[in-house]
Design a protein around this ligand. Structure first.
Ligand code: AMP
Length: 259
């Protein structure tokens, strides 16, 4: 497995493998089974698997959230190697946002609701970094998790609007045994906070907006940002809560399969 720190290295490493499909799995590290499910799918479907590892400052509004985001590159690289990744693109912030950077991608409607309303600028940061990753790697397929349903909707819209030549692959949400959706931020929860956080997946599992809101209203020790039905493809019941200093999002698919 090769680790590339620069755009130039990444492009030159991929020069000779363009005859077969290239899969890209964008991550911010803190790898868990959710990420690994994307890497496995990419490994099965593509000749070359590229994982990006970049905590994208542009998608964080909150300095504390960015500073506390779990980072353990050595562990992430070992897990990527075990998952059969061919190339990890792990750039510095300066490599992705060189001095004078001023071009942004804004998916205006889909990116402004729900998460976009609570985290202004979040999806602008996401869309911009994903487009840049697409431009650097030029993948045939890009793999994302249904866990971040609105992120998928934003990227799908961007691919359509900008006629990007990439096949979007979406994999189901991976959960812990107790129902909590895996997230790198779960590592920041205390045992007590984690117990309280379980109200979110339990509420969403009702697949009923009124029941979910009622259940969360009865739960102690967590602040609800929103619980909404979102008409994404497929439609989801989505929610976001804050437990202590950690903000968690989750969703369940309301119809069709879990893609
Ligand atoms: P992140 O490192 O949090 O930016 O996530 C990288 C990718 O992994 C995104 O496409 C996420 O949607 C996906 N992902 C994160 N958590 C999960 C999960 N529990 N199940 C499936 N995919 C996930």
């Amino acid at each position: 497995m090769k680790v590339a720190r620069t755009i130039a290295e990444t492009r030159s490493a991929l020069e000779d493998v363009r005859d077969g499909p290239i899969g890209l799995v964008p991550t911010m590290g803190g790898l868990h089974e959710g990420h690994l499910s994307l890497l496995r799918a990419a490994r099965e479907e593509c000749d070359t698997v590229v994982m990006s590892l970049f905590v994208n400052p542009a998608q964080f509004g909150d300095e504390h959230d960015l500073a506390s985001y779990p980072r353990d590159e050595e562990r992430d690289l070992a897990l990527a190697r075990d998952a059969g990744v061919d190339l990890v693109f792990a750039p510095s912030t300066e490599e992705m946002y060189p001095a004078g950077f001023q071009t942004w991608v804004e998916v205006t409607e889909v990116g402004s609701r729900l998460e976009g309303a609570f985290r202004p600028g979040h999806f602008r940061g996401v869309a911009t970094v994903v487009l840049k990753l697409f431009s650097v790697v030029r993948p045939d397929r890009a793999y994302f998790g249904q866990k971040d349903a609105q992120q998928v909707a934003v990227i799908r819209q961007m691919i359509r609007d900008l006629a990007l030549d990439v096949d979007l692959r979406v994999l189901p949400t991976v959960r812990d045994g107790d129902g909590l959706a895996l997230s790198s931020r779960n590592a920041l929860l205390t045992t007590e906070e984690r117990k309280r956080a379980l109200a979110l997946p339990r509420a969403l599992a009702t697949k009923d907006l009124t029941a979910a809101r009622a259940l969360l209203a009865r739960s102690n020790g967590l602040d609800v940002d929103y619980v909404e039905v979102a008409e994404f493809d497929p439609p989801v019941l989505a929610g976001a809560v804050r437990v202590g200093s950690v903000r968690l999002i989750d969703n369940v698919v309301l119809e069709g399969d879990s893609k």
